[in-house]
Design a protein around this ligand. Sequence first.
Ligand code: SAM
Length: 244
Amino acid sequence: MRIDVVSIFPEYLAPLELSLIGKARQDGLLELNVHDLRTFTTDKHRTVDDTPYGGGAGMVMKPEPWAQALESVAAAREGSKPVLIVPSPAGEKFNQALAYELAEEEQLVFACGRYEGIDERVIDWAQEHFTVRPVSLGDYVLNGGEVAVLAMVEAIGRLLPGVVGNPESLVEESHSDGLLEYPVYTKPSAWREHDVPPILLSGNHGKIAQWRRHEQFRRTAERRPDLMEGFDAGVLSRADRTAL
Ligand code: SAM
């Protein structure tokens, strides 16, 4: 996969050189390029923003530097358009299902807004060249798109083949099947008067699987009842019914 990120703060994306994503880049599993929007300006002050039409507080990002930047990063491909993700509190909410969907793409381009956001005409114009998806990290407002991109690239990147050493760990994670993950423990089995649940020390793999499934349902119902509402009871296995 190729990822291009356009930002006025390219240094903000430096953490993507670290850990699993950094290693995936080194190993050639992921090509990731960060571009400075200001290099696509033409005035001596490298201006990327201006006052909003209609008045109001704050500044708006000018359209032309964005068009120049996006044209330069869109990889020419026959037939299909790259996906342009525009982080925005007014976008569809990012979740694990969207991460899986985006992990299938050949190229993702991220446009990091700042100030009051990007001139809306960029979004309209970009539809000709990209599949445009405004995406929100959650119902709150950040100062810029960079933090949202860090989160999305990490969530998407770890789903690419070979990035996470043991692919099994992706299967059992929270949100992979609509439920939260069960609690996990390591040694020592007794710690500060808190013991590991005895079933996990029993060696009975069937019982352990059943306990974990039960904990997934219990935890999800307690912490995220909204997920339980969306859970399709029709797909519950016999083991799930026992766990419930
Ligand atoms: N005026 C905008 C609004 O109310 O929708 C908020 C602009 S915000 C200060 C600046 C930039 O931060 C946005 O253009 C977007 O790129 C990013 N941003 C802010 N909150 C976000 C969120 N919840 N998810 C994704 N990106 C966000």
